[in-house]
Design a binder for this molecule. Structure first.
Ligand code: ZN
Length: 133
């Protein structure tokens, strides 16, 4: 699949279920990135394959609204993976070609830095709810 292939919520759930069923250790350590984490310097990027994107319209700025109905925060390991909300609406989904685990990645851009971030794709946390304007 192409890097810019828009994943449906069914696609994402299938990737997440495959990922969560993997038990063997792997150099990618995707299973250890339960919350948003700076991509480690030794991350084996060459092992990963893009599965697709969550960006619906590359020409529109997606919302910065976050979704935390249960009091989680951006950094919580149990924060919902709300596909239409920030930062998931900017993410690429990548799958490790060695172990088949899947992760979300995007680049957080602050005033003075850019930081690539990674989070494991956990099927228990995925929600596809509309954004309230
Ligand atoms: Zn792996």
């Amino acid at each position: 699949m192409a890097h810019d292939h828009l994943l449906s919520s069914d696609d994402i759930m299938a990737l997440a279920r495959t990922s969560s069923a993997v038990a063997r250790p792997c150099a990618c350590r995707i299973d250890s990135f339960r919350e948003w984490t700076r991509v480690p310097a030794d991350f084996p990027q060459a092992q990963l394959r893009p599965a697709g994107t969550l960006v619906h319209d590359p020409y529109a700025e997606p919302t910065y609204a976050e979704y935390h109905p249960d009091g989680t925060s951006y950094w919580s390991p149990d924060a919902p993976i709300a596909l239409r909300h920030f930062p998931y609406n900017r993410c690429t989904v990548q799958q490790c070609g060695v172990c088949q685990r899947a992760c979300l990645t995007y680049v957080e851009a602050g005033g003075y830095y850019v930081e690539p971030r990674i989070r494991a794709l956990d099927p228990r946390l995925i929600v596809d709810v509309a954004v309230d304007d």
